[in-house]
Design a protein around this ligand. Structure first.
Ligand code: NI
Length: 162
C-alpha cells in the first residue's frame, strides 16, 4: 500500500467526469488499497478516485462502521432532506453547510465486480452523495449554502444534526 498524492480544488481534474471501471484487476485493487490508506492517513471519511488524480468511478468511505468500497456507484432513489456540515480533503481548511437527501438507495460493484444494493441514511447517505458527486466533477462547495468559519459554529451545527 502507498499514500497517493492528493489533488486540490484549483485542479481541473476535479471538474472532469470519471469513466466507469471495466477491469476488476490487480490495478484496481491496488488503487482501492491506496485510497483507503490515503483516506485514513488524512482522517477523511470518504475519498473519490479523482481526488488522487484517477478519473475512474471508484470511491471509498468509512463513516464509523468500517470501510466501504464502491465501484461504479449509481444513485437509484433518494428521500427526505438533511442539513449538515461538510468538508472535503481536496478543499483543506474549509467547511460548509449542504442540503442532502436523508435516505439514499444506491447500487455499486465491489472490487471483484459483484453488484450490491445499499440503503443508507444520515451521515452515510451524505457521504455517498458527496463522493458520487466527485465522480461527476461536482464539489460540495458548489452546493454549499453557507460557509462555516469557526469551530464553535461547526459544533453548533453538528449538535443540531444529532
Ligand atoms: Ni470530497
Amino acid at each position: 500500500m502507498a499514500l497517493r498524492k492528493m489533488v486540490y480544488i484549483e485542479d481541473e481534474l476535479l471538474r472532469k467526469k470519471s469513466r466507469p471501471v471495466e477491469k476488476f484487476d490487480e490495478k484496481l485493487h491496488k488503487l482501492l488499497d491506496d485510497m483507503a490508506e490515503t483516506m485514513y492517513h488524512t482522517n477523511g471519511v470518504g475519498l473519490a478516485a479523482p481526488q488522487v488524480a484517477v478519473l475512474r468511478r471508484v470511491v471509498v468511505m468509512d463513516c464509523g462502521d468500517g470501510l466501504i468500497e464502491m465501484i461504479n456507484p449509481e444513485i437509484l432513489e433518494t428521500e427526505g432532506e438533511q442539513d449538515g456540515p461538510e468538508g472535503c480533503l481536496s478543499v483543506p481548511g474549509r467547511r460548509g453547510m449542504v442540503k442532502r437527501p436523508m435516505v439514499v438507495r444506491a447500487r455499486f460493484q465491489d472490487r471483484n465486480g459483484e453488484w450490491y444494493e445499499i440503503e443508507a441514511d444520515e451521515l452515510l447517505a451524505r457521504c455517498i452523495m458527496h463522493e458520487t458527486d466527485h465522480l461527476d466533477g461536482v464539489l460540495y462547495v458548489d452546493k454549499m449554502y453557507r460557509e462555516i468559519f469557526s469551530d464553535e459554529e461547526l459544533e453548533e451545527e453538528e449538535g443540531e444534526e444529532a
